[in-house]
Ligand binder design. Structure first.
Ligand SMILES: [Zn+2]
Length: 113
């Protein structure tokens, strides 16, 4: 979202490998774009205009799917990543074990933008 194109998993792997090569860190907005599009399509067909459509559209499943993909990819590449304005409880994520090879994962629970 934020008008940026979604990053496909293959591209994410390449990007994180590059970030790892110079020991960088990157901040990600995590929502699974294809799931958001499906939800949007369904809500539009239903003619929904009520305030509850936003949490139904920008749903926790979309965030969790994207975060899981990011964590997996960060673990595979050893890159350091951060998640922008995370809204899920941290307990719902599968964290890398402390001391696990390479990766460090930093959630950034800041205001939604
Ligand atoms: Zn964002």
């Amino acid at each position: 979202m934020h008008e940026a194109d979604a990053i496909l998993a293959g591209n994410l792997m390449e990007i994180l490998a590059e970030i790892r090569s110079f020991n960088g860190i990157a901040l990600f907005h995590c929502e699974e774009d294809s799931l958001l599009r499906k939800k949007e399509e369904r809500l539009r067909k239903q003619g929904r205009k009520d305030p509850l459509l936003i949490p139904e559209w920008r749903c926790p499943e979309a965030e969790e799917l994207a975060v899981q993909t990011l964590i997996y990819t960060a673990k595979q590449t050893g890159a350091r990543v951060a998640v922008a304005h995370a809204s899920l409880p941290l307990s719902s994520w599968r964290w890398p074990r402390p001391g696990a090879r390479g990766s460090r994962f930093i959630p950034k629970p800041v205001r939604n933008t």
